[in-house]
Design a protein around this ligand. Sequence first.
Ligand code: NIG
Ligand code: FE
Length: 437
Amino acid sequence: MYRLLIKNIGLLQTPVGSFSHKGEAQGENLKLKDACIYAEDGIIKEITSDGKVPEAAGDAVRAAVAGDRTCQVIDAGGKLVTPGLVDGHTHMVFGGYRQHEIPMKLKGATYLDILRAGGGILDTVRHTREADEDELFEKTKGFLQEMGSLGVTTVEAKSGYGLDPETEYKMLRVIKRLDAECPQDVVSTFLGPHAVPPEFKEVGPGELETPEQHKRAADKFIDFVCEEMLPYVKEHDLADYADIFTEDSVFNYDQSRKYLERAKELGFGLKVHADEIAAIGGSRLAGELGAVSSEHLISIDQEGLESMAKGGVTAMCLPATSFYLEAGFAPARKMIEMGIPVACATDFNPGSCPSLNLQFVMNLACLKYKLLPEEVLTAVTINPACAIGLGDKVGTLEAGKQADICIWNAPDVEMLCYRFCSNQADTVIKKGKVLHE
Ligand code: NIG
Ligand code: FE
């Protein structure tokens, strides 16, 4: 058995419960002063406040003093402690980078212009197809370490830079291996329909296709994904969730419905990349099919919002992508008012958000979405945890949950939302063990 005692916590702030928090509950956090957390074998056993010490603590302290290395005592020095952060939407497995797109962006090319010209996602697809599996694993492991240093203890990762069976399964195997070998929990999402692969297109590389040519190619690819790839991913347990990029010039409403219905039939949880650039019905579909989350939502319309509220769909909002694309910001404040649970994530990827800094996302959620600090904390802990199926294990600090804990160089969550571009994480703990200090 290994034990952990964190004492002298100035303020312990956490949402409570294993469910998504919506409406007023989004801003409800438990705040304990002068608190301690005691954990055994990575699970929280007791939390105390007002200077009280957990019952087992005396024994733990004596063991630590006597040199028992299975027992660790950390003095939080009066600082803020929260649950470890949960990044519920990333594309962190990829070959290459896309810094060469910057001059195109500066000359006014949009995200979809670059994709239509055979660049963007398709550029990363070329590099990911070429990459060796171990190389991809090592590169992504480095990203996870950096995320850990920023307070992130749980991550979702999507495939989608292969678009062919071989590379998609390679990416998913890398994600599974990261979950098994790295400290963080890593949840896997299949995003085969992220773009139409070149081999399904009727035109050559770089040639512009007509809308009819695009539709035929996308239809054929969706049929292939539904018949070949989804069943394989299920059978080999390579992913828990299925996602699709529902967007103008990518996959339309009908193609998305066909794919998501098949995924649902096979037992996947559903996620949708929806309303990032144009509202073509992605969030409406998410609500109709009971998706776990609809993600991006910059351009969501009233119909989409109502469908999400009705279907109990979590809004996975990605403000650092809005920042990088110089686009608008999702109406997260309105979502909370409509009773939609709001989660915020990085969307870390080489094209639309080359940052894995969830602390920056917290700054943006407060400043651009106008979320209160308590609402922001819920949006980066329990709400994304529920949207990736881990709400009963992580996302809050409570007896019975994993000891995934962040001690901050800050006195309160307001400070986390206020200072930006400095790493305010002091000590990061995963399952009762120090991940970063
Ligand atoms: O979520 N929008 C689609 N997919 C990613 C970007 C992928 C890329 O540009 O490489 C996103 O923003
Ligand atoms: Fe994304």
